[in-house]
Design a protein around this ligand. Structure first.
Ligand SMILES: Cc1cc2nc3c(=O)[nH]c(=O)nc-3n(C[C@H](O)[C@H](O)[C@H](O)COP(=O)(O)OP(=O)(O)OC[C@H]3O[C@@H](n4cnc5c(N)ncnc54)[C@H](O)[C@@H]3O)c2cc1C
Ligand SMILES: NC(=O)c1ccc[n+]([C@@H]2O[C@H](COP(=O)([O-])OP(=O)(O)OC[C@H]3O[C@@H](n4cnc5c(N)ncnc54)[C@H](OP(=O)(O)O)[C@@H]3O)[C@@H](O)[C@H]2O)c1
Length: 450
């Protein structure tokens, strides 16, 4: 049985692991990624000061070391290879392409200089090749981060960490340099709903109170109306407890400040005379609770201006559309029912095509959640594909010929291990786990020399 997995993030690797462990049939997995480097957001999203999370790649390395696994880095589905090619060369296809596009606020001024989606900021400090040239101007003193999720927390924390806190991490060298010279002193995290509706996880929220040179600030009136339980049971309870502890802190003496504000929606990004961000107009909200208990934000019409030199919307992600892959317009994901790809209109199953991870569900959930979810899809694949292995396919090596003829320089897993060694050796100079190579051409040049 031959399977193509597109995308080498957690969802793709957990699907590979489950497929390679099958005992009823020998499964050969070819995993493709548009980047020469594997691991998706574990490399390009997870914050550099969260190195313990990145240790999960050791599990993926083990999967990659199986003789029936091959990695094809630097191959983009939709340009280097088409869905039709995959259908010819493989019995089954798994899309594990994540959610790589950012969502837009859709308000006036969103496109002006220094209003930058958090996706860009995060890719920039993590050394993602797409964002290595992003213009991140840290000469401003105040930044507004829009959104109450963990991505907003990551962005705020990295802006406020000291160089000493960052230099021992795998943060991209260009970002470390820029952050050393940063003039940012204040960050505002802005939630459109209340503290009880925030999407932060408690561990991440608590960490905001443990930064070397930044104090968290919560105005106690922001917590008015929230019942803070003495015995927390849910994420919401623990978040409220942590926010209350921030609100009760005496004024801090650290040089930078992190403000957490709630019940405000951005309605316009404001520009100075040079056309760069000068602030953000906010509308105050009140909560409207629906009969099912969920709460939504309703504008009160009352507005205020928050002066800020940079705005980072961190309001979620959406799917980057790929030619030939069915797209669910409404949900912003690959059209599927329980991981089986379907026609977006008729909902009829498209045989032998599957989707896992964020491309299946939208951008929600932590790395660990993909293990069971991808294994479930692999089980469906086993159910559907019992007779498929009998279908004759081109020789396994022909995929190399096809890509070579198209001028695609593929990167194997052992090539990646070479790049890995180079990055780790470069990192030793600053006592960091690695110093990332951020340029695809530079990666290919290193491999061409060896
Ligand atoms: C900023 C940030 C920080 C996070 N931090 C944490 C954390 O600390 N802990 C935690 O548990 N979770 C964290 N998460 C969540 C976690 O990263 C996701 O749950 C997980 O990475 C999603 O896995 P995935 O495989 O679906 O997608 P991804 O990890 O995004 O992988 C998708 C892969 O597909 C590839 N690809 C895309 N399009 C194509 C194409 N056309 N052709 C070929 N390849 C393609 C991409 O290059 C990428 O390698 C974080 C998320 C973000 C955004
Ligand atoms: N350290 C970690 O573990 C870590 C780090 C980063 C990401 N992740 C995970 O990755 C996933 C994605 O994280 P995320 O932060 O991108 O998404 P998220 O958790 O869905 O949070 C998005 C936030 O944006 C807000 N928002 C959406 N549209 C808005 C608008 N138009 N105006 C104002 N606010 C708006 C949402 O508010 P509403 O709730 O009102 O819609 C929500 O607060 C999550 O599962 C997260 O836990 C984990």
């Amino acid at each position: 049985m031959r399977v193509a997995i597109i995308g080498s993030g957690p969802a793709g690797f957990y699907a590979a692991e489950a497929l390679l462990k099958r005992t009823d049939v020998v499964v050969h997995v070819d995993m493709f990624d548009r980047l020469p480097t594997p691991y998706g957001l574990v490399r390009g999203g997870v914050a550099p000061d969260h190195q313990n999370i990145k240790a999960v790649t050791r599990v993926y390395e083990k999967t990659a070391s199986r003789p029936t696994f091959r990695f094809f880095g630097n191959v983009r589905l939709g340009s280097d290879i088409a869905v039709e090619d995959l259908r010819r060369h493989y019995h089954q296809i798994v899309y594990a392409v994540g959610n790589e596009a950012d969502r837009r606020l859709g308000i006036p001024g969103e496109g002006i200089t220094r209003c930058t989606p958090a996706t860009v900021f995060i890719g920039w400090y993590n050394g993602h090749p797409d964002y290595r040239h992003a213009k991140i101007d840290l000469s401003v003193s105040r930044v507004a981060v829009v959104g109450n999720g963990n991505v907003a927390v990551d962005a705020a924390r990295i802006l406020l960490r000291t160089p000493a806190e960052l230099e021992k991490t795998d943060i991209a060298a260009h970002a470390l340099e820029a952050l050393r010279n940063s003039r940012v002193r204040e960050v505002y995290i802005l939630g459109r709903r209340g503290p009880a509706q925030a999407a932060f996880t408690p561990v991440e929220l608590k960490e905001l109170g443990e930064m070397e040179d930044a104090d968290p600030i919560v105005d106690p009136t922001e917590l008015a109306g929230c019942v803070v339980p003495a015995e927390p049971v849910s994420q919401r309870d623990r978040n409220l407890q942590i926010l209350q502890s921030f609100a009760q802190r005496p004024p801090g003496t650290k040089s930078k400040k992190l403000h957490l504000r709630f019940l405000v929606s951005p309605v316009e990004v404001l520009a100075d005379a040079d056309g760069k961000v000068s602030g953000i107009k906010l509308e105050k909200n009140r909560l409207e609770v629906r009969p099912d208990g969920t709460a939504s934000a309703r504008g009160t019409g009352e507005t205020e201006i928050l002066e800020a030199g940079m705005v980072l919307p961190a309001i979620g992600f959406s799917l980057e559309r790929i030619d030939g892959v069915p797209y669910d317009e409404k949900a912003g994901i690959i059209a599927n029912v329980d991981g089986r790809v379907v026609d977006p209109v008729s909902r009829a199953v498209i045989a032998n095509e599957y989707v896992v991870g964020w491309a299946r569900t939208g951008a929600q959930g932590l790395i660990g959640t993909h293990k069971a979810a991808s294994a479930q899809v692999a089980a469906l694949m086993a159910e559907d594909g019992a007779a498929l292995a009998a279908r004759e396919l081109p020789d396994r090596e022909e995929i190399f010929t096809l890509l070579r003829e198209r001028g695609v320089k593929t990167v194997s897993f052992s090539d990646w291990k070479q790049l890995d060694d180079v990055e780790v050796a470069r990192g030793e100079r600053r006592d960091a786990p690695r110093d990332k190579i951020v340029d695809v051409e530079a990666m290919l040049a290193i491999l061409a020399q060896s």
